[in-house]
Ligand binder design. Structure first.
Ligand code: KIV
Ligand code: ZN
Length: 387
């Protein structure tokens, strides 16, 4: 039987930190309900100490959503943990996500402290959070650049203190996939109590490697992944939920599954884009406007002969409707015929030849040919057979 990968969605926390993407409480509840329908296992609802608005959003999401675990972020500080516990009081399955920097860069330049003191503060935070909730996740911030022996020591201490999940973030998106995977493997081989907790991976996309690093983390033992819709997040973003879900689905030999209903991916992507006022880049995998669009003549001809020639995912499977044959000056006769037939125009081969020359002139002038252009083009021909 396939092993389950827990989907931890942080669209409302790491995603919402993006400038211009802030949501009010009503909007956050709408996104959280959508994420529940999508089938995520954990919703990171916010960082309650950061503002009264964020505190309130965690309260309202805890009331409105029942199935997923509701998680609140804190620093390794009593004040943060107190507020997170209060904000989570209505959650059916609350989780406090606390932690501290693990790399020497963070220890020296952010905390101006020592490895020993930071470790102690992290352990105290886990123990304190355990007074409020059973489910405590511990993050080792900047684990991607941390000393491996020290990271292993930190993970072991956090689990001994009661952490149920330990998050290994590549906070700055620095790691290469094989290196990140080796780090997770090292932890499994060197942390004596590691099987008492779930290991989570949280990757950023500064070098465009967030998804590859997350997959490598899974292949080396991680069983929770921290992701956002459309890959939004600090700087270049976080690992995108839709990419991980569809990678695992498209490669069944990996033998992993998630609870996510793929048909909800496109509606959810649209909702997040609309509410956060954050357009999705057209070439974004799975959810970009061009993800299922074919525009060159060779591709269109191959696609029209058999979809599988150029598509590895059926757009219907991710709720994206039909594939799209885009007409440009690079398109061929087969695509033109297909689009004309969809509009009810049927032409003989020789008529289509004439029309194709007209079409190329039109496409050179207009870049993209839409239905309106096609109606004009078709009506210039004398023999039109309306369906
Ligand atoms: O990127 C990161 O390290 C984080 C932590 C707060 C989990 O977002
Ligand atoms: Zn992050």
């Amino acid at each position: 039987m396939s092993e389950k990968i827990q989907i931890f969605d942080t669209t409302l926390r790491d995603g919402e930190q993006v400038p211009g993407c802030q949501l009010n409480t009503t909007e956050k509840v709408e996104v959280a309900k959508g994420l529940e329908k999508l089938g995520v296992d954990v919703i990171e609802a916010g960082f309650p100490v950061s503002s009264p608005g964020d505190f309130n959003s965690v309260v309202e999401i805890s009331r409105a959503v029942t199935d997923p675990v509701i998680c609140a972020l804190t620093r390794a500080k009593v004040m943060d943990i107190n507020l997170a516990a209060q904000a989570l009081k209505f959650a059916k399955r609350p989780r406090i996500h606390t932690g501290i920097g693990a790399s020497d860069i963070h220890i020296q330049h952010k905390f101006k402290s020592s490895r020993e003191k930071v470790l102690e503060q992290g352990v105290s935070a886990v123990k304190y959070a355990k007074k409020f909730v059973e489910d405590v996740e511990f993050y080792c911030e900047d684990a991607g650049r941390a000393n491996l022996q020290y990271l292993a020591q930190m993970v072991e201490a956090a689990i001994a203190a009661g952490a149920t999940v330990v998050n290994i973030p590549d906070t700055t998106g620095y790691n290469l996939p094989d290196v990140f995977g080796q780090k997770i493997k090292f932890l499994f081989e060197n942390v004596s109590n590691i099987h008492k907790a779930i290991i989570s991976v949280h990757c950023h996309n500064d070098l465009g490697l967030a998804t590859a690093n997350t997959v490598s983390g899974i292949q080396n033992g991680a069983r929770q992944v921290e992701v956002t819709m459309n890959g939004i997040g600090e700087r270049a973003g976080n690992t995108s939920l839709e990419e991980i879900v569809m990678i695992l689905k498209s490669h069944p030999h990996l033998d992993f599954e998630t609870n996510v209903n793929p048909k909800m991916i496109t509606p959810m992507s649209n909702m997040v884009s609309r509410l956060m006022n954050m357009p999705v880049q057209p070439n974004k995998a799975i959810v970009g406007a061009n993800a299922f669009a074919h525009s060159s003549g060779i591709h269109q001809d191959g696609f029209l002969k058999n979809k599988e020639n150029y598509e590895i995912i059926d757009p219907e499977d991710v709720g994206a409707g039909d594939s799209n044959i885009v007409l440009t000056a690079r398109s061929g006769r087969h695509a033109l015929k297909h689009r004309l037939e969809k509009l009810g125009y049927i032409f003989e081969k020789d008529e289509l030849e004439v029309l194709y020359v007209e079409f190329l002139n039109m496409a050179d002038q207009n870049k993209q040919i839409d239905d309106e252009h096609l109606h004009i083009l078709a009506k210039t021909e004398t023999k039109i057979i309306n369906k």
